[in-house]
Design a protein around this ligand. Structure first.
Ligand SMILES: NC(=O)C1=CN([C@@H]2O[C@H](COP(=O)(O)OP(=O)(O)OC[C@H]3O[C@@H](n4cnc5c(N)ncnc54)[C@H](OP(=O)(O)O)[C@@H]3O)[C@@H](O)[C@H]2O)C=CC1
Ligand SMILES: CCCCCCCCCCCCCCCC(=O)[C@@H](N)CO
Length: 344
């Protein structure tokens, strides 16, 4: 006769086995439906490619045999970066590398940059990486509206200008294997103190990417969105100059990655055919927990992780809310002290 404990063991193994098989089937499904991500001989346009994440992506593109154009404002930085990118070329004799200096927040300049890149390369843009972005953290009431607008102007409208121009050309020229890769942030999944303007801009990119993923199927243009956590870049160093201490304290839980690690992980996701790409565990947890109707990267694992996330979000919320409340009490205490000192 089968004992109860035997039934229990058999049940556990059947469930675990079932989950494993389903996860493997989901993986095979991803593999079958992904058309890969070949950049060889293709014109890849990297907006914001002169430093940080954009430069690391451009270097990986060079290693994979692409023709690369990088775009940013400062010509001296572009020049130096281009040499570093060229040095990574897989086939230095055949690959072409150019830079275009432009301020992408200006629509006319963004459009002109695209046509200059196409002219220089003598080849239409087949893959677009829209990476240029900035964070200018601060407490909402201490920041002025022009600062908050500046963030949106680069992160959202800068992205929009280039994406719109490049997409129109891809459609008109019926480019085969065309892809658009947008860069949001883990803060495109959830809000955080000190990042109000930034979160809004990165949520906007997620919205744009989700809608375009569906719409651009009409023209067989693949759309992907990358959601990185902390990356150690020049941009990260400058955002730290204005970042409130409380924001630093909370985000300290995020280990951070180098731009090279991020780019490598992003390409892995692109090759797997993922729409929403994450490369660190915290961003993965928030991707699954806030996935809405976006495509899964593995139906079974994402569903299990989303369940874990919804439970993990409870202590997370308690922690951030408590930290902010405690911070408010400290601030008002020190304000009172100052007042008393003045009146003495
Ligand atoms: N670093 C981080 O912790 C994280 C970053 N991200 C996102 O990743 C992306 C890259 O970030 P990161 O590498 O840190 O940024 P960096 O500031 O290091 O690099 C930004 C790049 O964009 C260019 N750029 C900035 N403004 C403009 C403009 N108006 N017109 C044209 N080009 C411009 C810069 O060149 P120039 O100044 O010469 O114009 C540079 O090449 C951003 O979208 C960012 O929001 C997401 C999550 C975390
Ligand atoms: C449920 C479990 C919770 C686990 C702990 C979470 C830790 C908080 C992570 C906050 C990370 C913020 C990264 C910002 C990246 C970015 O976009 C800016 N650097 C702008 O460039």
């Amino acid at each position: 006769m089968t004992e109860n404990w035997q039934v229990a063991i058999i049940t556990v193994f059947t469930v675990l086995g079932g989950i494993t098989i389903a996860a493997v089937v989901s993986e095979v499904y991803m593999w079958l439906t992904s058309s890969g991500f070949s950049v060889r001989d293709k014109h890849c346009y990297v907006a914001g490619g002169s430093q940080g994440l954009g430069k690391a992506i451009a270097q990986d593109l060079a290693r994979r045999g692409a023709h690369v154009t990088i775009v940013a404002r400062r010509e001296s930085v572009l020049k130096e970066a281009l040499e570093e990118i060229k040095a990574c070329a897989q086939l230095p004799e055949e690959q072409k590398f150019y830079y275009v200096a432009a301020d992408l927040t200006n629509y006319e300049e963004a459009v002109k940059a695209v046509s200059q890149a196409v002219e220089k390369q003598g080849q239409s843009i087949e893959i677009l990486f829209s990476v240029a972005g900035m964070a200018c953290p601060g407490l909402f009431v201490e920041q002025d509206v022009p600062t908050l607008t500046k963030i949106m102007n680069l992160n959202y409208f800068g992205t929009l200008h280039t994406v719109h121009e490049v997409t129109k050309r891809m459609v008109a020229e019926n480019i085969k294997g065309a892809r658009i890769v947008l860069v949001s942030s883990t803060l495109g999944f959830f809000g955080l103190i000190g990042y109000s303007g930034y979160c809004a801009s990165k949520f906007a990119i997620r919205g744009l990417a989700e809608a375009l993923r569906i719409e651009l199927r009409m023209y067989s243009i693949g759309v992907h969105c990358y959601f990185p956590g902390t990356i150690f870049t020049p941009g990260y160093e400058s955002e730290n100059l204005t970042k409130p201490q409380i924001t630093k304290d909370i985000e300290g839980a995020d280990e951070g990655m180098t731009p090279e690690q991020c780019s490598k992980g992003m390409f892995k996701g692109l090759v797997r055919g993922e729409f929403a790409i994450t490369t660190d565990p915290i961003s993965m947890l928030f991707r699954c927990g806030t996935r809405g109707a976006i495509p899964n990267n593995n139906f079974v694992l994402d569903t299990i992780i989303s369940g874990i996330a919804w439970i993990a979000f409870i202590p997370w919320r308690m922690f951030v809310d408590y930290t902010v409340t405690k911070h408010a009490a400290t601030v008002s205490k020190s304000k009172n002290k100052m007042k008393n000192r003045k009146s003495e």
